[in-house]
Design a protein around this ligand. Structure first.
Ligand SMILES: NC(=O)c1ccc[n+]([C@@H]2O[C@H](COP(=O)([O-])OP(=O)(O)OC[C@H]3O[C@@H](n4cnc5c(N)ncnc54)[C@H](O)[C@@H]3O)[C@@H](O)[C@H]2O)c1
Length: 186
């Protein structure tokens, strides 16, 4: 990880933006049926991944004099939905890692924010839908969970990432940006 950031810094001169996007949904079964191996695998990607990328980008951002870190949490890091227990725990962890790192690195002009998408139609959700039954039918059920009446698109999140990365968001740190078609407004 350290060598990756070193390579990027050497190639582009400096690093000002990190988007911690990688994530997996993991085991979808009740908590008492989740194995330690399933728990550890999910945490290794969704939580340790954010930790390692943050740890190794910070020296680069300090050298650059400023930075913006954007962590992909989820509405599942804010409210429970009664499924995927390790995923919920991981996204809750990312939410608070974000706020704490925002405090730790504010003096270095490094901003840290989290984004909390509702359901967005990506391979992750398509797999989730096909595991549950007929994809078109499940998609309609997912649409109905959002007061705006439909699932989100990757661009709905992408433009928020662009905003938080930009100087237009220069006074925003430690915040949680919910983009969920109204899912958590109830
Ligand atoms: N799609 C949604 O409805 C939704 C909702 C809330 C939050 N999120 C979050 O948004 C992020 C992106 O999700 P997505 O829907 O695009 O998922 P996706 O499965 O479509 O894409 C996830 C990406 O993460 C990468 N990845 C997974 N494990 C990795 C690893 N160990 N190392 C490096 N890369 C790895 C995959 O290669 C893939 O490119 C995730 O953190 C996810 O939890 C998604």
């Amino acid at each position: 990880m350290k060598s990756v950031f070193g390579d990027v810094e050497r190639t582009f001169g400096q690093i000002n933006v990190l988007v911690n996007n990688a994530g997996i949904s993991g085991a979808n079964k009740p908590t008492h049926e989740v194995s330690e191996e399933e728990w550890d695998k999910l945490m290794a990607v969704n939580v340790k991944g954010v930790f390692f990328c943050t740890k190794h980008v910070i020296p680069c951002m300090k050298r650059a004099g400023a930075g913006s870190i954007i962590n992909l949490s989820s509405i599942y890091g804010i409210v429970g939905a009664g499924d995927v227990p390790p995923y919920h725990a991981s996204k809750g962890a990312v939410r608070l890692m974000t706020k704490n790192d925002a405090l730790i690195y504010a003096a270095d002009k490094i901003r840290v924010n989290s984004i909390h998408p509702g359901f967005i139609w990506t391979p992750m959700v398509e797999t989730f839908a096909s595991d549950k039954g007929a994809v078109d039918e499940v998609r309609k059920q997912i649409d109905a969970l959002h007061p705006l009446g439909h699932i989100g698109e990757p661009d709905d999140i992408g433009w928020a990432v662009v905003f938080l990365a930009s100087d237009e968001a220069k006074f925003i740190t430690g915040s949680e940006l919910i983009i969920d078609g109204g899912y958590t407004a109830k």
